[in-house]
Design a binder for this molecule. Structure first.
Ligand code: ADP
Length: 167
């Protein structure tokens, strides 16, 4: 079962939390800023060795000061008009994170709503992509947690998941 959790992803004691990072992997705003602050400056130092990350790809780091053991960073697409491959790129981001997690023996993983902040992806459409890919992989993990920052976003996720289960 996919769990929907409202709150701050940096507090979760899971095998891996996912970061909605930018190409540099060196920190930014939103959830990325929160993860870098909570993990500590070693995350930036470590990520300097990774050589960046393209949209839809994923990279793994230790969790440093986080309760999570690992951080898997990915870069979601910036939303333009939906005709620039955004859905496929967002799907790739979720899929490549989950594949990398499997390669590293990760059993519990928590995701933020990738691309739905400053990158401007419409929240409902992004939730369908996110939960759709999570469902494909749920049997291969002990826990997949979709973390929503606001109560409103958590509501949207619950309704979207219920819709997917009916299909
Ligand atoms: P992007 O650049 O991919 O759009 P953002 O960080 O701007 O990334 O936003 C992605 C999502 O992360 C947004 O829905 C935002 O509400 C959420 N978010 C921001 N801070 C946190 C946090 N500490 N824990 C979980 N989710 C968060």
């Amino acid at each position: 079962m996919i769990e929907i959790h409202q709150g701050d992803i940096t507090t979760l004691p899971v095998d891996a939390i996912v970061n909605a990072a930018n190409h540099s992997l060196l920190g930014g705003g939103g959830v990325d800023g929160a993860i870098h602050r909570a993990a500590g400056p070693q995350l930036r130092e470590f990520n300097q060795t990774l050589g960046g990350c393209m949209t839809g790809e994923a990279r793994i780091s230790p969790g440093f000061n986080l309760p999570a053991r690992h951080i898997i960073s990915t870069v979601g697409p910036v939303w333009r008009d939906g005709m620039q491959g955004e859905p496929r790129l967002l799907e790739n981001a979720y899929r490549n994170v989950l594949e990398l997690a499997l390669q590293h023996g990760i059993c519990s993983i928590a995701f933020p709503a990738i691309s739905t902040g400053v990158y401007g992806y419409p929240k409902q459409a992004a939730a369908r992509v996110a939960l759709g890919v999570m469902r494909e992989y749920e049997a291969r993990f002990e826990r997949i947690i979709a973390v929503c920052h606001s109560a409103e976003d958590a509501d949207l996720y619950r309704r979207t998941l219920a819709g997917l289960l009916e299909e």
